[in-house]
Design a protein around this ligand. Sequence first.
Ligand code: NDP
Length: 328
Amino acid sequence: MPAHVLDGNLYATQIKSEVGEEVRHMVEAGVRPGLAAVLVGENPASQTYVRSKVRACEQLGIFSELITPPESSTTEELIAVVEGLNQRDDIDGILVQLPLPANVDSKAVLLAVDPAKDVDGFHPVNVGNLSTQRPGLVPCTPAGCMEILRRANIPIEGQEAVIVGRSDIVGKPLAMLLTNANATVTICHSRTKDLPAVCRRGDILVAAIGRPGFITTEFVKPGATILDVGINHISDPADFERFFKGDEKREKQFAEKGSTIIGDCDPRVVRIAGAVTPVPGGVGKLTIAMLMSNTVKAARLRRGQSLAPAAEAQPAKPKSTKAKNNAE
Ligand code: NDP
């Protein structure tokens, strides 16, 4: 039986609706959460991403402001922009759209973001908060992965989770989230020996690699849940044939556009897995929803309010510690 498809669109809609409800309550209480997006230069892909984020804010009643410094901006100028936003009370979240121009020290700019407004969750303070299970802001894509697992009622506690990819924005924070939720986590990377065998241990297998169709059926434990984080464009007809031959919908799309999007998993993994996130329509759909959720969370945390349950799936409490786990 083919794997159950985990519908990212559905979960993203649910999360946005819950966040919108929360925003309404906050506005009634006199607080409108606000997000500032800093978009440097004219990168078309970045412009598209930021536009979607601003649109999502508008839909949910979150105040948004787009700041567009020129491509020629220096590191110091961008730090000054961020510091200005740090000071503003109407801004709860600051998003610096990456990549920044090559001449800019991206790490220095991200480090300037007030951790309390760091809705991307990249600041070392928030990385530390996550790893020590303190309240903080968690990177959006890993947070979205956790939402999918929880909303689909996929068991996490006690399960073997294998993550392929150790980036600071996906692999590592997701490993921490899954550990905090009591999974037994293995992180793999380009130097991992016998990767297929390690992956086959995974009741939950996460592919965050950036290589089209890399995870094939031989990597998959029968019945496993697969979260495919990868977003890759393929335009070579030979690659297309290899992955999508016989898929009429894709063939039509490829004929029209000359390219298609594929994740890090070979589509045939559905024959072995129990549940999979599709690409497109899977993990990627939750990233903006989680950014909205983080903005509301930042607005609450900054005001010393507790986190509302609606937009906050509660992680499993570790049995071995009394520490409150509300780090996500
Ligand atoms: P990075 O390039 O930062 O990291 C890739 C990771 O994959 C590295 O840890 C690397 O290992 C590992 N890797 C590469 N090749 C292999 C291999 N042959 N075997 C095992 N491991 C390998 O990528 P990101 O984490 O930023 O992104 C991963 C994917 O997720 C991309 O496709 C990206 O587009 C997508 N993405 C999707 C998002 C969404 O919203 N859905 C958001 C962010 C990313 P090593 O460390 O040893 O080099």
